[in-house]
Ligand binder design. Structure first.
Ligand code: ARG
Length: 585
């Protein structure tokens, strides 16, 4: 049982001893204190019950607190109109810290009902390199996957790459003209991008070229062996290039079921939808319309134009017979539910696709997938220092790889100034770690729906709410063990807390489990990122106030345990953010 659960039991017993019947026991709650100055936990039960009992809430709170048998655990005080505040005693905190230190999983609790969760993230469009917009999906998706796995869910990470779009007509056209085989080997993504741009520029200038590109796509879709072979090489090369970036980011997938994987399922699916009256013909195309079941305001198949509600259908087959993004996504839900037994599917995708997902989710429900929980984990935009969406100097979307390289360059400057490492090699690998992970941490420390300004110098700085600050906190918590001359075998029984800063540190450590769970409940990695920053700050305050190596006996042993426990929570928490830690910096 957690402390709030134990306290709740004690409150219930106290009510019983006062012979007070509680109409709805579920409403008796002990929660984390909103303001730590007044205590660690609180309950508003006295205020809730007093009115019905015809009592003054404050007086009733006094009576009740006298009956709560928790002397060994906490002090109880009354605040405001009748809040019960519980302040845990130092020994109680020490007991919690000891249990956490002795537990392999740092007292992170497991969910009672594990689910199978498919996380759909990253999903760049192949043959166009991943741009910085994809960074949000890639990083948030990896983090959510790790956290959900940590608390006991079965997670399936699927990279639903865009590998079947019009871009292949263009790439194939340019490929046949002048592909640079050598560069394909060394810089696959860059060479594919060059081919794409060559064709795209040429098509803009010349209708004939545009037609030729389209013809290449049709040939591919009809199974022309030559075009198919080029497409397959494009895919293999793209995967190679993408994997180089994923390795750098510490991101991995269980599946790469791209759009093309569903090609054969699309025609029968559309037939079925039409047969089931879920879709119908409209101007030569096949579309899904509203089922008129709800208010138009909440209907994803309605749109308000000039004050009037009009149909806003989802097209699943174009008039030329081609299927599209939506058709593929419906087939993908089918596959994930039927083949993978998904209880939940999380789509980590830009907020601009919100309309598409509302229609997709509604369609899936109508198709009979009522049990599966479909969630659009949306995110906002990364901005440049001018407050507009981030662009390169040439006005293009910045390539993710370039962004990472720039971050490493910025980190190298900081490392050269501040690092204690000796060799240039060690410094370079630290700069790589700091650069890449600063970009990731900056992403994860913002609320996913907020737009944030991409400021390299700020994110690689040692001061502030940054990755380097956290990594440094970890290194500091470990370095003390290197300075110890003798080998120590710590014993949890020696944990004792006397100083305020020690208690505060333990209080923060104790929140770890809750914070991890909260990330999954709200699909919000920033809760964990912010928590780790707060933990690091609590650690620094403790470290400044309480000498460790200079103290003696049990005090020294106890403080060493606090350093050890802090370092483990920091490392584990950073790992959930997909951020590895250095041992020295
Ligand atoms: N390839 C798409 C894009 O870059 C994202 C795909 C997201 N996943 C999905 N199942 N629709 O915009």
């Amino acid at each position: 049982m957690t402390i709030p659960e134990i306290l709740r039991e004690k409150v219930l017993s106290a009510l019983e001893s006062l012979e007070i019947a509680v109409p709805d026991p579920a409403r008796v709650q002990v929660t984390k204190a909103a303001d730590l100055r007044f205590g660690d936990f609180q309950s508003n039960i006295a205020m809730m019950l007093a009115k019905g009992l015809g009592k003054n809430p404050r007086e009733f709170a006094e009576d009740l607190s006298g009956r709560i048998a928790a002397e060994d655990l906490c002090e109880i005080s009354i605040a405001g109109p009748g809040f019960l505040n519980f302040t845990l005693k130092a020994e109680a905190w020490a007991g919690l810290a000891r249990a956490q230190w002795e537990s392999d999983d740092l007292s992170v609790s497991q969910v009672k009902a594990p689910q199978t969760i498919v996380v759909d993230f990253s999903a760049p469009n192949v043959a166009k390199p991943m741009h910085v917009g994809h960074i949000r999906s890639t990083i948030i998706g990896e983090c959510l996957s790790r956290v959900a796995t940590k608390i006991g869910h079965k997670v399936i990470k699927d990279n639903h790459i865009g590998d079947w779009g019009t871009q292949f007509g263009m790439v194939t056209w340019a490929w046949k003209k002048d592909v640079d085989e050598k560069r394909l080997e060394t810089e696959p993504l860059q060479e594919l991008l060059r081919l794409y741009r060559t064709a795209s520029d040429a098509s803009k200038e010349d209708e004939g070229t545009k037609e030729e590109c389209r013809a290449e796509l049709v040939k591919l879709q009809q199974g022309d062996p030559n075009n198919k072979a080029i497409w397959e090489r494009c895919l293999a090369l793209s995967r190679k290039g993408l994997n180089q970036i994923y390795d750098r980011l510490d991101v991995s997938f269980d599946h790469w079921m791209g759009e093309s994987a569903y090609n054969d399922a699309l025609a029968p699916l559309v037939e079925q939808l039409v047969g089931d009256d879920l879709a119908r013909e409209s101007d030569g195309a096949i579309c899904i319309f509203s089922n008129e079941a709800g208010k138009p305001k909440h209907d994803p198949f309605k749109i308000n134009r000039d004050g009037e509600w009009q149909d806003f259908p989802m097209m699943i087959r174009k008039s030329d017979g081609a299927f599209n993004y939506a058709t593929t996504d419906i087939a993908t839900v089918e596959h994930r539910v039927k083949e993978w037994n998904a209880d939940q599917i999380w789509y980590v995708v830009d907020f601009r696709q919100g309309g598409h997902f509302s229609q997709l989710f509604d369609t899936s429900k109508r198709l009979g997938h009522k049990e599966v929980n479909l969630v659009h984990v949306a995110f906002g935009t990364i901005l440049g220092k001018d407050g507009k969406p981030l662009k390169t100097r040439a006005g293009d979307l910045p390539q993710l790889e370039d962004v990472l390289n720039d971050a490493v360059k910025a980190a190298q400057i900081v490392v050269d100034q501040k690092s204690h490492l000796e060799t240039a090699e060690e410094k370079a690998s630290l700069a790589e770690l700091i650069g890449v992970n600063s970009v990731k941490f900056t992403e994860l420390s913002h609320h996913r729906m907020s737009d944030y300004v991409f400021d390299l110098d700020k994110m690689v700085a040692l001061e502030g709410d940054t990755a380097p600050y956290l990594l440094y906190s970890y290194v500091r918590s470990r370095s003390i063990f290197r300075k110890l001359n003798e080998k120590v075998k710590l014993k949890g029984g020696n944990l004792q807390l006397t100083e305020k800063s020690e208690i505060h540190l333990v209080r923060m450590l104790n929140r770890y489990s809750d914070q991890v769970h909260q990330v999954v409940e709200d699909y919000r990695p920033n809760l964990l990122a912010t928590y780790l920053l707060e933990l690091a700050r609590a650690f620094h305050s403790f470290f400044e106030a309480c000498p460790v190596l200079k103290s003696e006996g049990q005090t020294r042993e106890s403080r060493l345990i606090l350093c050890d426990l802090t370092s483990r929570v920091l490392k584990d928490g950073l790992n959930l953010l997909a951020i590895p830690v250095p041992e020295r910096m």
